[in-house]
Design a protein around this ligand. Structure first.
Ligand code: GDP
Ligand code: IMO
Ligand code: MG
Length: 430
């Protein structure tokens, strides 16, 4: 069996342009699968003058005829997903081959409420979550108290399960937070009807994927968030509650490790982070402000201004190792035009030690000072460049510097949000 599969994975703190690159590659794909996360994701796809912001749906949904899968490793908010589908429908996009795993966990209103209450309790140490109920929904999954999409198929079983869940949750709301809990009637207002609307899409998605791969279909696994937000490999506890790394695709889509094929890391030409937590290369000056405005760095899901920093080679080496990136796609490259010099952290200075590996301990990380390599910038607007030769020499130098620093080849360079603003250096990888 010849495999043709590719995982698209964020290498930083999310918002690297995964949506744009997945959409770009999806033209050639047959199947596009989301394997973790939920509506905390905001993936922007620009098609001509149209801008689509996707939260649950894979960024392949804009091409008719592609199979789109919401994998078991995700957490779905039925109300948000229904409105996402309705919004797309109003704009003439109807996913005709959408499949939702019957094992996927549902985000319920009590999860969102808990997200809010838990953030309040943390006071000075807020995670800065998207408030979409992601963490509490994954907690219930691991605690074996989750409601799965397949549970909605049988009304009696659903009510029985929910009665127990509500009893447990309401105790928590009353005793820990002293707030009103939820009744079955509350859930019947919006959430359960929305969950029932999704029933026609439910499928045993790993079986479907196996059949497609057997036929030789091209499969794209689309990661959400990024490696530095990974529950194990990110800046814990300032992370999301899932595994965005390439290994997460096996569990979250239900495929074997050898079926992941190639792994493409998506790397912004600088760094952004939204929410709390350490950010060693953060820029709190006019350069950061300039990049934020030029790159329109405001959250797709929450509208929050993103924190900006230089590219962090230490964090990226960590991401390359954990994900096994075969290639990188460099995105938002055009945003760097106009900078006199561009900095890239190559190591961290921690007291008298030079650290080359990203430390697990946040107390150590906070005391680290990035050691920067300074590269010459360029003035020219590169947003219409169609090939490497059309880029100024300093921009080409930046690309080869990154390849050397990370020891990974760069296959794609994105110079704008549109599909045609993509320089292809290697198209043999997929
Ligand atoms: P994702 O979450 O990784 O899919 O990324 P987001 O969609 O949250 O954020 C990336 C933003 O950058 C979106 O607004 C994209 O339209 C935009 N974008 C993607 N690639 C490029 C690029 O090469 N240049 C510019 N200027 N914008 C880009
Ligand atoms: P995409 O897929 C950037 C961040 C939040 C917060 C932390 C935990 O668009 O790249 P959560 O709501 O997941 O419990 O929040 O993770 N976060 C993201 N940051 N891009 C995302 O998704 C994110 N999804 C979550 O800001 O710091
Ligand atoms: Mg995003």
């Amino acid at each position: 069996m010849k495999l043709s599969t590719l995982a698209v994975v964020g290498s930083q703190w999310g918002d690297e342009g995964k949506g744009k690159i997945t959409d770009f590659l999806a033209e050639r794909a047959d199947v596009i699968v989301r394997y973790q996360g939920g509506p905390n994701a905001g993936h922007t796809v620009v098609v001509g003058k149209d801008i689509f912001k996707l939260h649950h749906l894979p960024s392949g949904v804009l091409y008719p005829g592609k199979i789109c899968i919401l994998g078991n490793g995700m957490v779905l908010d039925p109300v948000t997903l229904c409105s996402e589908l309705n919004n797309l429908k109003e704009r003439g996009v109807v996913p005709d081959k959408l499949f939702i795993s019957d094992r996927v966990h549902l985000i319920m209103p009590y999860h969102k409420k808990l997200d809010e209450l838990e953030e309040k309790v943390r006071s000075g140490n807020k995670i800065g979550t998207t408030m979409r109920g992601i963490g509490p929904a994954y907690v219930d999954k691991i605690f074996r108290l989750g409601l799965r999409s397949g549970d909605v198929q049988n009304e009696n079983e659903l009510r029985e399960k929910l009665a127990f869940i509500l009893q447990m949750k309401n105790e928590l709301f009353a005793k820990l937070y002293d707030v009103q809990g939820f009744t079955m009637e509350d859930l019947e207002e919006e959430y359960l009807p929305a969950a029932r609307m999704l029933l026609p899409y439910l499928a045993d998605t790993p079986v479907l994927l196996a059949e497609e791969m057997e036929k030789g279909s091209k499969v794209l696994f689309e990661g959400a968030q990024g490696t530095m937000l990974d529950i194990d490999h990110g800046t814990y506890p300032y992370v999301t509650s899932s595994s965005p790394v390439s290994g997460g695709a096996c569990i979250g889509a239900g495929v074997a490790p050898f079926q992941i094929g190639t792994v493409l890391g998506i790397t912004k030409a600088y760094t952004t982070r939204v929410g709390g937590g350490p950010f060693p290369t953060e820029l709190k000056d006019h350069i950061g402000d300039m990049i934020r405005e030029k790159g329109k760095e405001y959250g797709t899901t929450t509208g929050r201004p993103r924190r900006i920093g230089w590219l962090d080679g230490v964090a990226l080496r960590h991401a390359c190792r954990i994900n096994g990136f075969y290639y990188l796609a460099i995105t938002l490259f055009d945003v760097l035009s106009g900078l006199e010099t561009i900095k890239v952290a190559t190591a961290y200075q921690y007291g008298s030690q030079l650290l080359e590996h990203f430390p697990a301990n946040l107390n150590i990380l906070e005391k680290c000072n990035p050691v920067y390599m300074e590269l010459n910038g360029w003035e020219e607007d590169i947003s219409e460049a169609k090939n490497l030769q059309a880029l100024p020499p300093q921009a080409r130098n930046y690309i080869s510097f990154l390849e050397e620093l990370l020891r990974v080849k760069i296959a794609l360079v994105s110079v704008g949000p549109r599909r045609d603003q993509t320089i292809v250096l290697n198209d043999k990888f997929y």
